[in-house]
Design a protein around this ligand. Structure first.
Ligand code: SF4
Length: 238
């Protein structure tokens, strides 16, 4: 069994303990009908701490899993009834960080963290004292959502930002990511990427290798932006 666990962990790029936890929780849900697994405000995965900021998003991507009734991820229940406060994010991440074995703290969610930019910044400033690098996972709509350039504020506290792009032009972005703002969202994302890449933050631009995404066209686009690093993420349906 450990061979299967370790192989699966290597394929998925996680730790064996992550596979073990997912198997245990799925077993309990499937065979013991466990429904009392509490929602995770912060969780440990792949050697990092992830903060589940929100389920709200300004996109409705064709490949997004957040609208499923049950959102369990490697054994963590990511369905929160309400978004956590900044204090709850700090408390949950701090408790995990005390274990002393994590590489970075990532603000993410099955949603867009910059919908809650003020709370994210408040929590990030508090967590900075832990000494772990902070990263923000975002769809790049932050400036559009907050109607101002939030990149300098982010750069004041985050070491890195990871921006999901998934499209190489306006029409593809509108078709795949289905943004609330329509076709203008693509330009806003590119502008956000350029500003983030020009800041002191390490800037990664990601695409999923799922049907409909032209990975090579995205790669060419990102390569034209100084200091932006391109990364392809593997798409898993479940
Ligand atoms: S940007 Fe992310 S959270 Fe939002 S709909 Fe797309 S995949 Fe889902």
């Amino acid at each position: 069994m450990t061979i299967v666990r370790d192989r699966l962990a290597a394929i998925r790029g996680v730790e064996p303990a992550d596979v073990e936890r997912a198997a245990e929780v799925n077993y309990a849900r499937l065979f013991h009908k466990r429904k009392d697994i509490p929602g995770a405000v912060a969780y440990a995965l792949k050697g990092n701490i992830y903060i589940n900021v929100t389920r709200a998003c300004t996109n409705n991507c064709a490949f997004c899993l957040r609208n499923r009734r049950d959102n369990f991820f490697y054994g963590y229940n990511l369905n929160l009834a309400v978004d956590p406060t900044a204090g709850e994010m700090v408390e949950a991440a701090t408790a995990l960080a005390r274990e002393g074995r994590h590489g970075e703290i990532v603000f993410c969610g099955y949603g867009e963290p910059t919908c809650r930019a003020a709370d994210v910044l408040e929590a990030a400033r508090a967590l900075k004292s832990l000494g772990l690098p902070l990263r923000l996972d975002t769809n790049g709509h932050g400036n559009m959502i907050n109607r101002r350039d939030i990149v300098p504020e982010l750069a004041g506290v985050f070491a890195g930002v990871s921006i999901s792009l998934n499209a190489h032009d306006r029409a593809s972005y509108a078709r795949l990511c289905r943004p609330d703002a329509g076709e203008k969202a693509f330009d806003a994302v590119l502008d956000f990427i350029r500003r983030a890449a020009a800041s002191r933050m390490a800037c990664a631009v990601t695409v999923l290798d799922c049907p409909g995404v032209d990975v090579e066209a995205c790669r060419a686009l990102v390569s034209s932006i100084p200091r932006a690093r391109f990364r392809v993420r593997t798409f898993y349906k479940e």
